[in-house]
Ligand binder design. Structure first.
Ligand code: MN
Length: 261
């Protein structure tokens, strides 16, 4: 496993992301090691699941985020390994690959439920236990047997599935616990912490297509904040009182953003 692909995609003079030049080692066998989920507001909102293994973070981009419902299989695209230092990164990627806002959405340890992680990955069936703030219990990543000849890298498609245990349930964890475990903020907080001038109406405009996309990301961060505030309101009066319309409104947001991209 190596970080060449990770480094090729990024310009570290422009991005605050770690280059990961420090060699790392990881525990072997059924020993707990680091995991995180980063909520990433880029051209699409997605959740990046990262599992420490052999000195890097194995990474999957999960468009809809993890589901605690064992009946709900979530698509997880296997992406390039990331440096271990990336695992606590939270901030703004102003331009280039992955431009947008990264939130540390969950963090903790994962423990393989197999002796040989490499063999499990090769087989396309990795069972593991998570012990994070938000995600706990037994999970599996299964490679889909999709058509490998189709474009879009079907061999990179996996499914993330919660196993039935005490930590499974029907609460929408992404909606119920939307904030950072590092700063406790939302995307708009992370954006303004990184760049206090961002809300000034006369802030210098970023040029070209990247600038236009970033303006959309800022708008989306604000839009999501108003969505979160609505659910905070209904939390105060008891979650069970939240109406179907409110739930629908929150879950409909990603579609709106996609249309305006
Ligand atoms: Mn990402």
């Amino acid at each position: 496993m190596a970080l060449e692909k990770y480094r090729q995609k990024r310009d570290f003079t422009q991005s605050p992301e770690p280059a990961g030049h420090r060699p790392q080692t990881s525990p072997a066998g059924r020993t707990p090691r680091f995991f995180c989920v980063q909520k990433h507001l880029a051209s699409h909102l997605h959740y990046d699941l990262r599992l420490e293994h052999s000195g890097v973070l194995l990474s999957w981009a999960v468009p809809k985020g993890p589901s605690l419902d064992p009946a709900t299989k979530r698509l997880a695209m296997h992406v390039e390994d990331h440096p271990i230092e990336y695992g606590t990164f939270e901030g703004v990627i102003p331009s280039g690959y992955g431009a947008g806002i990264v939130m540390l959405w969950d963090q903790g340890t994962w423990t393989p439920e197999v002796d040989d992680v490499d063999a499990a990955l090769k087989k396309g069936d990795l069972k593991f236990t998570l012990d994070g703030y938000k995600l706990k219990g037994s999970w599996v990543l299964v490679r889909t047997k999709g058509a490998r000849w189709s474009s879009g890298g079907a061999d990179r498609s996996w499914l993330l599935i919660k196993h039935r245990d005490d930590w499974a349930g029907d609460v929408d964890i992404a909606e119920f616990a939307p904030l950072s475990v590092k700063s406790e903020g939302d995307f708009a907080d992370i954006l303004s912490a990184d760049n206090p001038d961002i809300w000034r109406s006369n802030r210098p405009a970023q040029a070209g297509e990247a600038g236009a996309m970033f303006d959309k990301i800022i708008a989306r961060a604000l839009e999501m904040r108003s969505g979160t505030d609505r659910s905070r309101h209904s939390d105060r009066s008891g979650r069970s009182t939240k109406t179907a319309t409110q739930r629908k409104r929150v879950s409909a947001k990603p579609k709106v953003a996609r249309k305006t991209r």
